[in-house]
Design a protein around this ligand. Sequence first.
Ligand code: NAP
Length: 315
Amino acid sequence: MSDKHFKRVALIGIGLIGSSLAHAMRAYKLTDHIAISTRRQETLARAEELELGDSYHLSAAEAVSDADLIIVCTPVGACEAVAREIGPHLKPGAYVSDVGSVKSSIVAQMKPHLPDHAVFIPAHPVAGTEQSGPDAGFAALFRQRWCILTPVPDTPDEAVEKMRLFWEACGSDVDVMTPEHHDLVLAITSHVPHLIAYSIVGTAADLEQVTRGEVMKYSAGGFRDFTRIAASDPTMWRDVFLNNKEGVLEILGRFTEDLIALQRAVRWGDGDQLFDLFTRTRAIRRGIIEAGQDAAEPDFGRQLAAEAKPDEDGL
Ligand code: NAP
């Protein structure tokens, strides 16, 4: 048995991330048995129809008994209740991880409910789409995307290494940092951009002098790219903002100051300031493409990605 292999894995929650993990673990032979648990009977039945696992359980406690790795894939706000339920049923040496988009709050919610004989190693795969549910997953979701591990003080080094191998086998590059640092980094790269998208799409929806039809018709002028982000799952994102208050408010403060400076530049016709900023931001976009985190093709390579997805799934 290789280091990245776990004999029995339990997935608690089987939406976009849980089902993508199920596909990836199958495709890359990372486990002998996938036990799936979710809250609603209809989601569990759909997971079974899609043959995402080997056993299906409405009870999370039942799914985790005898599991070597448990990955909690529910919205962040449900993690404490899940930890409370599974804690007493974990076998000695079981690894407990998660995929939540915030980390400090997950540690605070889950750690107190886990027994000393379990190994806790929180994780965040920085990979996603605006889709939700068990139908949305695909094996290649994590490929060439970062997965951040945020060990707690008593996580053994060997557990960090084993989870690194596991996520690398799913196609990810792996970084390790503290939960607090993760939350600040993700506030700027993900959380605040989502808040801005939600805000601007909401503003457009409320405009009275411009009709809804015109907003749709001329959306390719930039608005459309915000709507993709603003279509992300409302429950997941509500929980992100409720659980990374500190990081989001810190970055939002900086952003608001910068926005006001831009407002002044527009008002006073300060073309140099605008041109300098737009030149710097264009270089950032180039850096992201060079880092393999997006495509340079027109339309952000969306067409290419859509064509690639079905083939990659079964690899
Ligand atoms: P999703 O597609 O909406 O799936 C959520 C799953 O959790 C479903 O199986 C759902 O079960 C279950 N669930 C929802 N509320 C629950 C509750 N109160 N108690 C127990 N189970 C509950 O979500 P997702 O996009 O996979 O996101 C899951 C986690 O991954 C979140 O923590 C999110 O922060 C993180 N994440 C998401 C992305 C992304 O882009 N989507 C990227 C990286 C990390 P039922 O259907 O049975 O109700």
